[in-house]
Design a protein around this ligand. Structure first.
Ligand code: NDP
Length: 419
């Protein structure tokens, strides 16, 4: 039985921990370690009576490699599941290397301070050379590949839903349905309604940074960048209905372009209602989405962090959110010389998730795959020294576990496509 150290204790972690507790055959023991110990203790108190998995807690500052290293050395886990923020990815990877312990996360590295001159210079060089301007990219984590290989340990990057399940769907489509995939359209639809005029479904700072940035997609070997929300389509989502969706940059486009041989185009669309977009534009126009500190009454504040304190906590949306999510991928390509299109997707009901684990579907659809990735790595079923994206592993055991742990999927062999 495996021993897992989980870092972070927010919305996604809450679900992943509940799911580890449902999977006591794999996880004999887990430790929850985060910045605020009381949150870890509250989760332990709620879940310990329901499970055979032994839960312990600890406090850690995951920006501090020394503290992380000491914690890992003391707990001696089989793997570390990083469910803190993308800002902590590199520090946690560094500590895993020092302790020779496998690593799993759900989001690629992004710097907290985008004004840091060293980071800024590297970013501007990358924008000019590679043609997309998102603050995050995989280069920082891929850079660790050789060191992880030498240490004989596995890093599994992006084990949430998107990135995560979307990469597993891609590997599964390639393995079972296609000789060659030509295009991938990833569609992320949240048909849920929480009743607030404006709220984000996961960490507001990370969510708003992503959504207010330029869009981009991969075509014929290079990036095509768009203005934010420039490309809009309408799609009739199974079990949800017709929704407006907008093209965004998304991190799995970068890894899938590298890992799906011969793929010609990859796009990512997310649905947004008009109220969300109007609020976001207004907040952006007045400077509330800025990540650069400003002086307020004698002290420095970062506008987007201040905004986070005003917005509803995503973890509090569970009881009030009704409706469903539908997330999946449309693949076009060839099999045995014939053209073929399939759509693999999951539908998840916000209220069902709330009944089961006390969270809305966005945290659920991320927390379940985080547990599955951690289970496959910690049990050594997925074992390859180096740093890997999720589509580089055998998708079959992951797809089986999605069905078993609450995210069943559907393959539609005659779907509506996106213009
Ligand atoms: P939350 O803000 O709810 O939780 C983050 C947690 O990390 C909090 O418990 C926080 O502690 C902790 N934390 C932050 N900084 C530190 C630190 N320096 N040291 C220790 N702990 C720290 O975020 P979410 O749960 O919504 O998101 C978690 C991750 O999941 C993010 O990386 C997000 O990008 C990713 N994600 C991935 C998705 C996917 O499909 N791949 C979808 C949605 C999210 P404290 O409680 O003290 O603030």
């Amino acid at each position: 039985m495996a021993r897992l150290l989980i870092i972070g204790c927010g919305g996604v972690a809450g679900v992943a921990i509940a799911k580890c507790c449902q999977n006591s055959e794999t996880f004999g023991e887990i430790e929850i370690a985060s910045r605020t110990l009381s949150k870890c203790d509250a989760v332990k108190e709620k879940l310990q009576p329901t499970t055979k998995t032994k839960i312990t807690t600890a406090r850690v500052d995951a920006d501090n490699v020394e503290e992380l290293t000491a914690l890992i050395k003391k707990y001696k886990p089989d793997a570390v599941l990083n469910l803190a923020l993308p800002y902590q990815d590199l520090a946690i990877m560094e500590a895993c290397l020092r302790c020779k312990v496998d690593y799993i996360d759900t989001a690629n590295y992004e710097p907290e301070n985008t004004d840091d001159p060293t980071w800024r210079a590297a970013y501007e060089k990358r924008c000019a050379e590679r043609g997309f301007t998102a603050y995050f990219d995989y280069s920082y984590q891929w850079e660790y590949k050789k060191r992880f290989e030498r240490a004989g340990i596995t890093a599994l990057l992006g084990s949430g839903f998107d990135p995560g399940v979307t990469g597993v769907f891609s590997a599964y489509a390639l393995k079972h349905y296609f000789d060659e995939i030509e295009t991938i359209d990833i569609l992320d639809c949240n048909g849920g309604d929480h009743g607030y005029p404006f709220a984000t479904n996961f960490n507001p700072e990370i969510n708003l940074r992503e959504v207010s940035a330029n869009g981009s997609y991969w075509e014929n070997g290079h990036w095509v960048e768009t203005k934010p929300m420039e490309i809009k389509r309408v799609y009739d989502f199974p079990q949800v209905g017709k929704k407006d969706m907008y093209l965004l940059h998304h991190e799995e486009i970068e890894s899938l372009a590298k890992n799906i041989p011969g793929v010609k185009r990859i796009r990512f669309f997310m649905t947004f209602g008009q109220s969300y977009l109007t609020h976001m534009k207004c907040l952006e126009n007045v400077g509330m989405l800025s990540t650069s500190p400003v002086m307020f009454e004698g002290r420095e504040i970062v506008p987007i962090q201040f905004l986070k304190t005003l917005l509803p906590d995503p973890a509090s949306l569970g009881p009030r959110t009704v409706g469903k999510t539908n997330i999946g991928c449309i693949f076009k390509g060839k099999k045995d010389g014939k053209r073929k299109t399939i759509y693999i997707y999951n539908v998840c009901d916000h209220q069902e998730c709330y009944k089961e684990v006390g969270s809305q579907a966005i945290a659920y659809t991320t927390g379940v795959p985080a547990m599955i990735g951690a289970a496959l790595v910690a049990s050594k079923r997925w074992k390859k020294a180096g740093v890997w994206n999720i589509e580089e592993f055998d998708p079959d055991p992951f797809m089986d576990m999605l069905n078993k742990f609450g995210l069943p999927w559907i393959v539609d062999e005659d779907p509506e496509t996106v213009e």
